[in-house]
Design a binder for this molecule. Structure first.
Ligand SMILES: Cc1cc2nc3c(=O)[nH]c(=O)nc-3n(C[C@H](O)[C@H](O)[C@H](O)COP(=O)(O)OP(=O)(O)OC[C@H]3O[C@@H](n4cnc5c(N)ncnc54)[C@H](O)[C@@H]3O)c2cc1C
Length: 392
């Protein structure tokens, strides 16, 4: 089988397949257009669920990172500060992805770098893949080729179910220290989220994350827009850079495909990660990329047993499972927090401590919280607000 793309989604698919059946390694080829460590436009925030899934995949987190224990959230008219532990580990994506690919190779899977997929066609019994170096035919193709997925465009998209939202995020890395940014979040192990621009029409937020670049402390600052509303993201990022201090730095931008109604399977084809669609509220994609990998591996193992590569019910199983439910809830949350009632919902979220505690645990996937239903989470938030923690 062939996996196109070796970001977290492609690597997780390969790791999960080999984790379940080490003998399958020789039957997997990963095609990657770049060479690791390759640059990737991403803030590199790993929520606790992503860290737990890296453990499940048997790789853990082996690259330099900054552990975040505090959050500061600004909404129109209010600021919330939350303290806890291990809210997020911030990595550099070139380092994380290279470490995952090294683990994939160490398990015996062939990863062919500098080999770009340029054409895809359906043939009898599978898919024909043309690359810059070769031509392959396979009964199982995993499209892990990111938000601009060629696999999606050539083999999965159809007019009947749309193409899904493709939000944009832009970011810049600012050096900290004398003559540079004096942001205090790095020293305080804190990350900042700023939703104040929703009143100016932004369907999204700005962030500041502590990170390490070649061992030196930096702040990664960015702006995420779930929908294009005409707001100038570059101007917003410049404002944020102004607040953080230091010399202005060039920004980099990339799209993030969101989970929605668009299909992510087709006969002989599974899409994973950004190619399939990740979470719309914050644009957090790494934990979902890893979860898609686990799902794809389970579907492929079942397909190999049955010798049936139609993947007819695979998407339905994903959507009905807890990951699909979590993605749907996050889509609903995006319509609340970035829609016409944004000010109201953000105001409630900023003032309701019980909802903050439950919401953070649910979002971060701590101790399986994200497997709970929305009603259960709401009931728990109400109980906690009334001081009845024992009742949970
Ligand atoms: C500015 C920004 C900030 C973000 N911050 C965060 C964050 O803090 N936390 C978080 O969880 N998520 C974040 N995300 C989202 C996250 O980066 C993605 O969801 C994640 O990278 C998806 O992983 P993936 O493996 O699906 O795709 P990718 O990481 O994009 O990997 C796709 C791979 O496929 C390869 N490829 C593409 N086309 C071809 C081809 N034709 N042939 C061969 N290879 C190909 C690419 O080279 C690449 O290596 C952010 C995104 C942006 C844009």
């Amino acid at each position: 089988m062939i996996i196109v793309g070796s970001g977290p989604a492609g690597a997780a698919t390969a790791l999960a397949l080999v984790g379940a059946d080490p003998g399958i390694a020789g039957r997997i080829v990963v095609l990657e257009k770049a060479r690791h460590p390759r640059p990737k436009v991403c803030a590199g925030g790993l929520i606790p669920h992503a860290l737990a899934t890296l453990d499940t995949l048997g790789v853990g987190l082996v690259v330099p990172h900054v552990m975040v224990d505090r959050a500061r959230v600004d909404v129109p008219g209010a600021r919330v500060e939350v303290e806890g532990s291990r809210f997020c580990a911030v990595v550099r994506r070139d380092e994380l992805d290279a470490s995952l690919v090294a683990a994939v190779r160490a398990r015996g899977v062939e990863v062919r770098e500098d080999e770009k997929v340029t054409a895809l066609a359906r043939v009898t019994g599978g898919i024909e893949i043309t690359t810059t170096r070769d031509t392959y035919t396979t009964p199982i193709l995993v499209g892990a080729d990111g938000s601009g997925s060629l696999v999606r465009r050539r083999l999965v998209d159809g007019p009947e179910r749309g193409h899904g939202e493709v939000p944009r995020a832009i970011m810049a890395d600012l050096r900290l220290g004398a003559g540079a940014s004096s942001w205090d979040g790095h020293a305080r192990a804190r990350y900042d989220f700023d939703f104040r621009a929703v009143v100016r029409g932004l369907a999204g937020y700005a962030w500041a994350f502590p990170c390490l670049i070649d061992g030196a402390p930096h702040v990664n600052a960015g702006v995420y827009a779930w929908r294009r509303t005409g707001v100038d993201l570059v101007a917003l990022l410049r404002e944020l850079q102004g607040e953080l201090g230091g010399a202005p730095v060039e920004h980099r931008a990339a799209p993030i495909r969101c989970f929605g109604a668009a299909a992510f399977t087709a006969p002989h084809v599974l899409l994973v990660g950004d190619a399939a669609g990740v979470e719309p509220l914050m644009g957090e994609g790494i934990s979902f990329a890893l979860e898609y990998g686990l799902w794809a591996a389970a579907e492929i193992a079942a397909a190999l047993r049955r010798r049936d590569y139609a993947f007819a019910a695979a998407e339905e199983r994903f959507r009905r499972g807890w990951v699909g439910r979590k993605l749907r809830r996050l889509e609903q949350a995006a319509t609340m927090f970035y829609g016409p009632g944004a000010r109201l919902w953000l105001g409630i979220a900023a003032r309701w401590k019980g909802a903050q505690e439950v919401g953070l645990r649910w979002y971060n996937g701590v101790d399986g919280w994200d497997r709970r239903s929305g009603w259960e989470a709401l009931r728990t938030a109400v109980r906690w607000s009334l001081g009845r923690r024992g009742a949970v």
